[in-house]
Design a protein around this ligand. Structure first.
Ligand code: COI
Length: 332
């Protein structure tokens, strides 16, 4: 069988080589380019495609893969929001993902960013760089004094809850699908409004779906406590960025850690050479603020996660080619 792997980074190569040496009957071709309308032609003659990108997997690309007889597209990540599923389905291309490469990677990063916001590290770093070694006025708040509202309690939300509890925070949560163990603890509130009303910190862990696009907007920010801290390591579309900027300006939102941004494709994971050259005014606006941490979608980026992404996606691709099935198939 033949598998082509797109968008391969140097840090993934050792794991890919290890997988290849354990699967010598599989012919693996490694490509650094992302999968798009031009590079798709490389997939001709392959049974399976493995890819990792935030750019869309469009109908045009999927139609070409279908015409080449590709049976399966395996994403090396969890989110499937950039896949045109109607096109995959009409081309009989199965789509697999890596549902749990390391929930802890995201959860640990989210809490790290919260701690930095609470302890004013960005402010202190600027002060220290300018020779100002005074404490005041940047007195911190302790996490153990706060209520953290976790929006969505899938694997990542649950991993985050464990860490928040370890710090002694009060944790409440909202999800349409309640986790039975958490439910027993009485952690759930009944509505997002209740979560917004009670939380000092809102930690977002939902996948991007049509229903939650811009769920944090002018109206929902108005329902929150003054000075609320917003953490988004999930998907940029959850937040209306213009509304967030207004809420930061007014002080309604007291801080934010954003590892995702609704227009991040083509901006994050690129080197523009200087701050001024970053081609997105809203990102620059947010980056300039001492109470906002913007990171370029790096919460997932750990050795544990990358190894798991490579192995799980290639295993799933191989299994679907060989048997037509895998427990990593995503149906939509
Ligand atoms: C995901 O796994 O869906 C992520 O958010 C990682 C991202 C860099 C695509």
């Amino acid at each position: 069988m033949k598998i082509i792997v797109y968008g391969v980074r140097d840090d993934e190569k050792p794991f890919l080589e290890e997988w290849e040496s354990n699967n010598q009957d599989v012919d693996v071709q490694i490509e650094s380019v992302l999968l798009d309308v031009v590079s798709v032609s490389k997939a001709e003659g392959f049974d399976g495609v493995v890819a990792f990108q935030q750019a869309p997997y469009t109908a045009e690309v999927l139609d070409r893969l279908g015409a080449f007889g590709v049976k399966v597209l395996s994403l090396r990540n969890v989110g499937v929001d950039n896949v045109d599923f109607p096109a995959a389905n009409r081309n009989n291309i199965k789509v697999t993902n890596v549902p749990a490469y390391s929930p802890q990677a995201i959860a640990e990063f989210t809490v790290t960013q919260l701690m930095q916001l609470l302890r004013n590290t960005k402010v202190f770093n600027h002060k220290i760089a300018n020779g100002d070694l005074r404490w005041a006025p940047d007195i911190a708040t302790e996490l153990n004094q706060l209520t953290v509202g976790v929006f969505a309690t899938g694997r990542i939300g649950r991993a985050a809850i464990q860490i928040y509890k370890g710090f002694g925070a009060k944790v409440i949560a909202y999800d349409i699908f309640k986790n039975p163990e958490l439910d027993k603890e009485g952690i759930y509130v009944d509505t997002p409004e209740e979560l917004y009303r009670q939380s000092d910190v809102i930690s977002l862990h939902a996948p991007a779906v049509e229903e939650n696009e811009h769920m944090l907007n002018d109206q929902t920010f108005a329902q929150m406590k003054d000075g609320v801290i917003i953490l988004n390591p999930a998907r940029g579309t959850l937040i209306d960025t213009d509304a967030l900027i207004k809420a930061l300006d007014s002080g309604k939102v007291g801080g934010a850690a954003l590892d995702v941004y609704e227009d991040e494709v083509g901006v994050f994971n690129e080197d523009f050479g200087s701050f001024d050259a970053i081609p997105d005014e809203r990102v620059k606006n947010l980056l300039k603020r001492d109470n906002v941490l913007v990171t370029p979608h790096i919460a997932f980026y750990t050795k544990t996660a990358v190894k798991s992404m490579v192995n799980t996606s290639l295993d799933a691709n191989r299994d679907v080619i060989a048997t037509g099935d895998s427990d990593k198939i995503v149906k939509k």
